[in-house]
Design a protein around this ligand. Structure first.
Ligand SMILES: O=C(NO)N[C@@H](Cc1ccccc1)C(=O)O
Ligand SMILES: [Zn+2]
Length: 156
């Protein structure tokens, strides 16, 4: 697996809508592997394909305590393909977020406290889940990237 270059804000790929994944083959598996390696090298807790110059509707959520987020909950990395947000709570939470494409910045962002999501896993299986707290926040942040939205368009 490789550490890939990360697009920084201003790169047009970050403003594009990513394309749905239709073939669950070795190329998507190796992209997911490289995204995880790239995210870990940057002490990230999530990363979306457009950030590594691939306009695919795919991201990784991998919260764990690290120097950038010492209080982050521990979870096994999850590969999310063709994400959908089916339901959102009215309750919102405000917290600071960073973005690997906007180095050395933290922005306070309102996010839904709880979301019902649906996505495909690397084998093409359809997964439904309900997310809360920091993991729900990461999902919403990465989902924005798939729509070509970054923190700068959301900051209050
Ligand atoms: O830039 C990304 N992902 O796109 N990575 C962010 C993910 C993130 C999302 C929400 C709250 C905190 C952190 C990071 O700092 O690891
Ligand atoms: Zn980001």
């Amino acid at each position: 697996s490789a550490v890939l270059p990360i697009a920084t804000v201003g790169e047009k790929i970050l403003a594009q809508h990513a394309q749905a994944v239709t073939v669950f083959d070795v190329s998507i598996q190796s992209l997911a592997d490289d995204m995880l390696t790239t995210m870990l090298a940057a002490n990230g807790v999530g990363i979306a394909a457009p950030q590594v110059f691939s306009s695919a509707a795919m991201f990784i959520m991998a919260s764990r305590p690290n120097p950038r987020y010492p209080d982050a909950p521990n979870m096994r990395p999850v590969v999310v393909i063709n994400p959908r947000i089916l339901e959102t709570s009215t309750q919102m939470e405000l917290a600071e977020e960073g973005c690997l494409s906007i180095p050395d910045q933290r922005v306070k962002i309102w996010r839904h406290a709880q979301i019902k999501v649906q996505y495909h896993d690397l084998n093409g299986n359809l997964i439904s889940d309900i997310l809360v707290g920091f993991v729900a926040r990461i999902f919403q942040h990465e989902f924005d990237h798939i729509q070509g939205i970054t923190l700068l368009e959301r900051s209050n």
